[in-house]
Each structure stands twice: as C-alpha cells, then as structure tokens.
Design a protein. Structure first.
Length: 228
C-alpha cells in the first residue's frame, strides 16, 4: 500500500487530556504532564480552540505568554497548515499572534490566515474595557480586539526554554536542529529506535522521504557514537 502523508491529528484531546498535553509543553496548570510526549503544534492548536471557541481565558492567557517565550521553537509551516482549516475566531487569533511576531518571517503566511473585520475576544463589554484599560499591545496589529486587562501575562506560568528542553525531547531537538519535522523525528527515534520509516513519518507528520533520510542519518550518527 502506498504511503499517504498525514498532516492533521486524528483526535482532539479534551478536558484532563488537553490539560496534561499543555502541561507537557510547559504551560503551568495544576496537573500532571501527559505520559506520552505530545506534538507541540497539535497542542497549541487545541489550546487555541479551547480559548477561542470555548471561552477559556485562562488557557488563552497562558498560551499567549507561551508563544511570546517559545515562538521561535514553533514549526511555523506545520502550525500554518493546521490553522487554515479552523474557524474564523481561531484563525483570527493566530493571525494576531503572527502579526505580533512579525519580525519572524516564518510566520508571514500565518499572518494571512484570517481576512475580515476585527473580532472581539469578549462576547460583551469590549468597548467598556477598552475605554478604561486600552488594548492589549500584543494584539494591536492583529484581527482580534483584546482589552489590556483580560489576558494576564505572567512568565512564571510557563516553563523557561531550559526547563522545557529538559522535559520535552522534541523541544530539545528543535533547540539543536531548528524547529523542523526532522527535529521531531530525531526525538521520536531517541524514544523508540525501532520505529519503521512509515511510522516515523506519521508520528512527526512528515513525508516518507524525509523520514527515510532522517532514519538513515540517525542510524549513522548512533553507530558513529558507539565505541568500536
């Protein structure tokens, strides 16, 4: 059977499972991390859905803080592919995040994820809050209107890059290799050295060819590091 590349997650974690996944990528919720290391972009997408479609401002606040600290380690190509199929509110959120990080040109396509009028984060009271507190500076140039007093920015709610590199294998490889599919595949092979090329590709949402090359190079590097 021919290999078919998988680009989107097959299931969406909710409730405790989503909280555990967010903790695993360094978001400070009072819960245990997931026993299985979650994909970073999947978790970011699910967190944004929880915040934008289900009204969880706590999740959204920590997500924005996380993106401010760890955005350079995000696979922008993968996140852009995931976001383009989402609701207008989710696309408006990520368009705003990309505009905030406009100096990082990897997010240029994500900055075009939403085209339309500016949307209000709050269902009601936006004008009142804007008049009293002004607009959250992180959203000023984006598609989402967010009053400055709504989403608290507390860096202590998020793991530092060093902490996350210790606890999340794929993040650590992104520090070494850059935020890429290859980094995620390298991390997957560290955890499960006997993964087939097809399973490796599916695990990291990569192409079969990229997985084949990564497995070849990982095997070579592993053998070279083994004493003769």
């Amino acid at each position: 059977m021919a290999f078919s590349r998988v680009l989107e997650p097959s299931a969406r974690p909710q409730g405790a499972a989503l909280t555990a996944a967010m903790v695993s990528i360094g978001m400070g919720f009072a819960a245990d991390a997931s026993p299985e290391e979650p994909n970073i972009e999947d978790t970011l997408l699910f967190a944004s859905i929880e915040g934008m479609e289900r009204g969880s401002l706590r999740v959204l606040a920590i997500l924005v803080t996380w993106f401010g600290i760890h955005g350079e380690r995000v696979n922008a190509d993968r996140l852009t592919q995931l976001v383009r199929h989402q609701s207008p509110r989710v696309r408006a959120f990520w368009q705003s995040m990309a505009r905030w990080r406009a100096k990082d040109r990897r997010f240029a396509r994500l900055a075009r994820a939403y085209r339309g009028p500016r949307l209000d984060l709050l269902d009601e009271g936006t004008e009142f809050h804007l008049a009293r507190h002004g607009e959250d500076s992180r959203f000023k140039h984006g598609a989402l209107r967010v009053p400055a007093n709504v989403l608290r920015d507390r860096p202590g709610d998020v793991s530092t890059p060093e902490q996350l590199a210790r606890s999340h294998r794929a993040y650590r490889q992104r520090v070494i290799l850059g935020p890429s599919y290859r980094a995620d595949m390298w991390a997957a092979l560290e955890a499960e050295p006997h993964l087939s090329v097809a399973d490796l590709a599916r695990r990291a949402y990569a192409s079969f060819g990229a997985a084949s090359h990564t497995r070849r190079d990982w095997t070579l590097a592993t053998r070279a590091a083994t004493p003769a």
